[in-house]
Design a protein around this ligand. Structure first.
Ligand code: NAD
Ligand code: TDX
Length: 336
């Protein structure tokens, strides 16, 4: 039996990772550390269905509190999902991104080193590579060139992680993934925002000319890739994970509206995001060759599953749009 400390396990991808482990790896017990920000949902995880599960509500940047978690448990693996994750918010308030994404990661690294954990996996993003033009793909060799406060904080964390490998010989791994979508995603991100606005008859703000491109991956595929890297990855290596599903924002919104049988007149072109990265696209041949990873779901089928989840789980998102965190559902366009 291994014990895995997952941070940010009440957020979108962390939730899906924990559920995947619970369903597929009876030999891994989960300790979930999450400070429960607006992006978390304590109802996501049903503790009764999980063997050996423990939850701690705390900030990963808090040395004493996180230190207690390491002292109280025999931790084998650390997987760091916890982050401030929304680019628009980083433009308005970068300081919290530095605190959680950089200082929090450093704290986690120091404690992991002190407690000689077996593996440390940092969950990073394609955004650390910057922005692509019409052609080309990001490889693991692409120089880091972050352009938003969010991606700068994630790139800094990645470099700290690598520094612990080179300086202290710590057993670290890094994954960098493209844009995720699927169940449990907070509706500040493009796909759930589009679905929920369409269902509630609200305008869908489309930034700039709407032709920015993202490479979409269904969250189940991402978490499978994360587990592959945790179990079989080589220390000190970075693994790109992508969906092989590039699409312009205007096209993805149009597709969702058509699937929901809603009018395209809901789309509202608005002022562009500052420093808006034009295109992300991943070369993930390394993880495919080394670990035999490939995404299984195409974008069309993944969107069908996602839409049907949001249709079936109205309670989940209605609590967000009308509850304590409703002001976070206001799009950044409405806030600026
Ligand atoms: P999310 O915003 O949905 O969830 C983040 C979680 O971290 C929340 O539960 C929040 O409460 C928790 N958290 C925030 N600050 C914390 C702190 N100081 N201490 C403890 N917990 C804290 O994010 P997500 O979309 O699930 O992303 C998870 C990770 O994956 C992030 O590191 C992100 O950079 C990375 N990533 C996300 C995407 C994507 O498309 N969403 C793509 C690639 C990489
Ligand atoms: O209202 C919107 N209108 C719009 O046109 C929103 C919220 C977004 N957009 C555009 C901006 C992007 O080009 O849609 C695209 C996707 O935007 P987001 O959902 O905000 O994601 P992005 O900025 O691409 O970053 C995401 O993927 C990489 C995650 O938020 C990051 O955590 C991850 O690292």
């Amino acid at each position: 039996m291994k014990t895995c400390l997952v941070t940010g396990g009440l957020g979108f991808i962390g939730t899906n990772f924990i559920k995947y482990i619970a369903a597929n790896r009876k030999d891994i017990a989960i300790i979930n550390v999450d400070s429960v920000t607006y992006a978390a949902n304590p109802c996501n995880i049903d503790e009764k269905t999980m063997t050996g599960y423990k939850f701690y509500k705390l900030d990963i940047a808090n040395n004493d509190e996180l230190g207690n978690v390491f002292n109280e448990n025999n931790i084998d693996y650390v997987v760091n999902f916890a982050a401030e994750s929304h680019v628009d918010r980083s433009i308005m308030n970068p300081a919290i991104f530095v605190r959680t994404n950089i200082e929090g990661t450093l704290n986690l690294l120091k404690l992991s080193l002190e407690h000689k954990i077996e593996k440390f996996l940092q969950i990073s993003t394609d955004e650390v590579y910057g922005s692509l033009g019409k052609d080309g793909l990001f490889t693991e060799m692409t120089p880091l060139s972050p352009r938003s406060p969010y991606s700068a904080s994630k790139a800094s964390a990645d470099m700290l992680v690598m520094s612990f490998f080179h300086t202290y010989g710590m057993p670290v791994l890094t994954t960098r993934c493209s844009n995720n979508y699927g169940q449990y995603q907070f509706p500040e991100k493009l796909i759930p925002l589009t679905i929920i606005n369409a269902l509630t008859g609200k305008e869908i703000p489309l930034y700039g000319d709407g032709k920015n491109i993202r490479d979409w991956i269904y969250v189940d595929d991402h978490v499978r890739g994360v587990l592959d890297v945790l179990e079989k990855g080589r220390f000190g290596e970075v693994y790109n994970i992508g969906g092989r599903s590039e699409m312009q924002n205007i096209d993805i919104i149009t597709l969702i509206l058509k699937k929901l049988n809603k009018p395209l007149s809901l789309i509202k072109y608005v002022k562009d995001r500052a420093g808006h990265d034009r295109r992300y696209a991943m070369d993930f041949s390394k993880i495919t060759k080394e670990l035999r990873f490939n995404p299984q779901l195409n974008l069309n089928d993944g969107l069908d599953l996602t839409i049907s989840w949001y249709l079936k789980n109205e309670d989940w998102w209605k609590k967000i749009i009308s509850g304590d965190y409703r002001h976070y559902y206001k799009t950044m366009y409405e806030m600026r």
